[in-house]
Design a protein around this ligand. Structure first.
Ligand code: LMR
Length: 328
């Protein structure tokens, strides 16, 4: 029995609803890392599970494994290529081994809000990126929104120089490493499931994430406060393997993709609200939220924006220009 299997068994015995799949149904395992409530991805995954299991009963059966109970994001894509899991929604920061195109979304201050991210993703450029990993066996199906990232640490962060010398957890993205270096921090790549413990034990001093992740995993409890920087976007790619998608009968595939498209539209339109509620929940729980004056925020822009030049070659200046045209 692996640790993952034990964790799943514990989750199930703790009462998480897990659809029992019937013989003959196509079993779709969906592995993700966040909590399920008050979280854009968690809510969307649960809605997808409900709709597939109601509307495709007898044909397809979706099982959601949240909270890194099955795989963390560093393992899930390999597992997918081996056929051990069929669906995942890692953040766009976690595809570096497969494509450099998504680095665009990690560049600090590239998008002013999630509506701008949404508009870029819906453009021809954004839609073409869904196919960017086909040669590597992965197919992007939909973008799911989380929200804009905020900075937190074990001391107040008002000016970028406050980050000097601090250790920051980052997702597995070289752009995010460069971003933290640009403000004088020492970045450490780390799985999401390890962040709370690392903050609590002082392995790292700070981190960046969305309100829903900072609330959902209680990071605010082990930080001095959260600074509302909105300096970057955290969004997801719902991804599957090319082989698995090809293995489906055309009518089954179409129904599955139609439901996914509808769930995407329904939940993406709510993501900003879900994050605003998480922000308020942090305050209600006694967490500290700090706002920046326009001048203070401009200093963060100035400190972080040189990172664009470092990655212009990877993402293409044409993509940066297209994103900025949408952002205007
Ligand atoms: C993180 O690792 O911080 C996020 O990608 C987690 C998530 O899925 O939102």
């Amino acid at each position: 029995v692996t640790a993952a299997a034990t964790a799943v068994a514990l989750t199930m015995s703790a009462g998480t609803a897990m659809a029992a799949c019937d013989d003959g149904e196509i079993v779709v395992k969906f592995s993700h890392v966040t909590n399920t409530d008050k979280h854009p991805k968690g809510i969307a995954a649960s809605l997808l599970e409900k709709r597939i299991n109601e509307e495709m009963n007898g044909t397809m059966c979706l099982e959601v494994y949240p909270n890194s109970t099955l795989y963390n994001d560093n393992k899930v894509l390999e597992a997918m290529l081996q056929g051990d899991v069929q669906l995942a929604a890692p953040s766009l920061s976690k595809f570096e081994k497969f494509t450099k195109q998504f680095r665009l979304f990690d560049l600090p201050f590239m998008f002013k809000n999630i509506d701008a991210v949404d508009a870029f993703q819906g453009s021809e450029n954004g839609q073409a990126m869904l196919d960017s990993m086909q040669r590597r066996g992965l197919q992007g199906l939909s973008y799911w929104h989380n929200g804009m990232k905020q900075m937190s640490a074990n001391k107040p962060l008002i000016n970028p120089s406050d980050a000097n010398g601090l250790k920051f957890r980052v997702q597995s993205s070289d752009v995010l490493v460069a971003q933290m270096e640009a403000i004088g921090g020492s970045p450490q790549k780390m799985a999401f499931s390890e962040v709370y413990g690392a903050l609590q034990q002082g392995v790292v001093d700070g981190q960046e994430n969305t309100w829903s992740n900072i609330y959902g995993k209680k990071f605010f409890e082990v930080q001095d406060g959260v600074t509302e920087t909105n300096h970057g976007a955290l969004d997801y790619l719902v991804v599957t393997s090319v082989d698995w998608l090809d293995s489906l009968d055309p009518a089954v595939r179409e129904q599955f993709l139609t439901i996914l498209g509808e769930v995407t539209a329904t939940r993406n339109s709510e993501s900003t609200k879900v994050n605003a509620e998480a922000r308020q929940s942090i305050i209600d729980a006694g967490g500290v939220v700090r706002e920046l004056t326009p001048e203070q925020r401009a200093a963060w822009v100035e400190a972080m924006k040189p990172v664009w030049e470092q990655f212009a070659g990877d993402v293409g200046q044409d993509m940066i220009d297209a994103a900025q045209a949408i952002n205007a």
